[in-house]
Design a protein around this ligand. Structure first.
Ligand SMILES: [Zn+2]
Length: 380
């Protein structure tokens, strides 16, 4: 669930606006539309898109009456892909959120952005082919800046692309409706509907890993904000003129309290570089002073940011995910105490650890795909 990429991992071979992946004007519609993109071969496995779609639509496909009067196939599956800077988590997932098949594969950033895009689209096709007649749609989530309304991945530093119309490319290749969204906001959706946020009404999700990102959901729906960037709590300034952040600002939460920065700051203090944040958490429990100091600084910064979020949006709960959340009570307990200490006229929202872990993005992509399938069923 990385975002913005790790330092030094940025690649310089982007897709550009004038490239063959440039977005046709017709794509200024939701992701169901399919472009006449010349890069996509008209035939896959010797079949056109229409022929492939027909192959997945046998006459004896079981149907049932669904709420709202639409007709939906029974036992159908969506393909879901969560694309990270290191690996892709993908699966075939049924309507109740059960993972029927799962695969993890290296993203392969070392092969360049074109190969990464081809790998993502190819994996989507593999999943759909595996599902056969049961395939109903495809959901994808990727890091970086995403225009979910048009299904276009605008920019991802660590994956090196610019303006890739993933939803259209996957839809064209598979013959199925496809939807694209931001990875963390997709994880937010899953935690809100089927994870730690269930029953909370509203929740603010914070993913603390290589970077720090977040998102807000109410009643099972994510609010992406006007520019699709709502919830970027990692770039809230918690130390004015503090350490530089990848975003260009200084003193952002991410520059102080992300797992990677905890490791870096511990190395600067002790001379022991390369110690993981997970190991540092163990050293905190063991009572090592340097680890305790770095950890406390991170907790302070996180509490400042959560206090600001509490005052501004009053969430029913915070859900803490990402790699650092694996520290469990070593993170959650002091953070909850520090948060409560910063709030004067109100109580603090509870802090819950993620229940979906690193599957949250994939499951959220599946939920978005089901939303798209359902909306298409209602329209048709
Ligand atoms: Zn920043």
């Amino acid at each position: 669930m990385s975002h913005w990429g790790a330092a030094g991992s940025a690649r310089t071979e982007p897709y550009s606006a004038g490239h063959v992946f440039a977005v046709p004007p017709m794509l200024a519609r939701p992701a169901l539309c399919r472009p006449n993109n010349r890069l996509v071969p008209p035939r896959v496995n010797g079949r056109t898109r229409a022929e492939r779609a027909d192959a997945r639509r046998p006459l004896d496909r079981p149907f049932t009456n669904a709420p709202g009067g639409s007709i939906r196939p029974v036992n159908s599956l969506v393909a879901a892909l969560d694309v990270g800077g290191t690996s892709m988590k993908a699966g075939l997932i049924d309507r109740s959120g059960r993972v029927q098949a799962e695969i993890r594969r290296a993203t392969g950033v070392e092969h360049g952005p074109r190969a990464v895009v081809d790998g993502i689209v190819g994996l989507a096709q593999e999943l759909v082919d595996t599902a056969g007649a049961a395939a109903a749609g495809v959901g994808l989530c990727v890091p970086g800046t995403v225009d979910s309304a048009t299904g276009i991945a605008r920019h991802a530093v660590n994956l090196g692309w610019t303006d890739v119309p993933f939803a259209a490319l996957v839809s064209e290749r598979t013959g199925l409706p496809a939807v694209l969204a931001h990875d963390v906001r997709t994880a937010v959706l899953a935690e809100a509907r089927i994870g730690a946020g269930v029953g909370a009404g509203s929740m603010f999700f914070v993913a603390i890993g290589t970077g720090i990102a977040g998102g807000y959901a109410r009643d099972g729906e994510v609010d992406d904000g006007a520019a699709g960037l709502a919830g970027e709590i990692g770039h809230l300034v918690v130390i004015p003129d503090g350490p530089p952040c990848q975003c260009g600002n200084r003193g952002c939460l991410e520059a102080v309290a992300s797992a990677s920065r905890i490791s870096t700051r511990y190395g600067a203090l002790t001379g022991r570089t390369g110690v993981s944040a997970q190991r540092i958490a163990e050293l905190v429990v063991a009572g090592e002073p340097a680890a305790g100091q770095i950890w406390a600084e991170a907790i302070d910064a996180l509490a400042d940011a959560l206090a600001a979020a509490t005052v501004l949006i009053d969430p029913g709960t915070f859900v803490i995910g990402g790699g650092l959340s694996l520290a469990g009570p070593t993170l959650i307990d002091p953070l909850a105490k520090a948060l409560a200490g910063r709030l004067t006229f109100r109580s603090a929202p509870p802090l819950r650890p993620s229940t979906l872990g690193d599957r949250a993005g994939m499951l959220g992509a599946a939920l978005r795909a089901w939303d798209l399938v359902d909306s298409a069923a209602v329209v048709s």
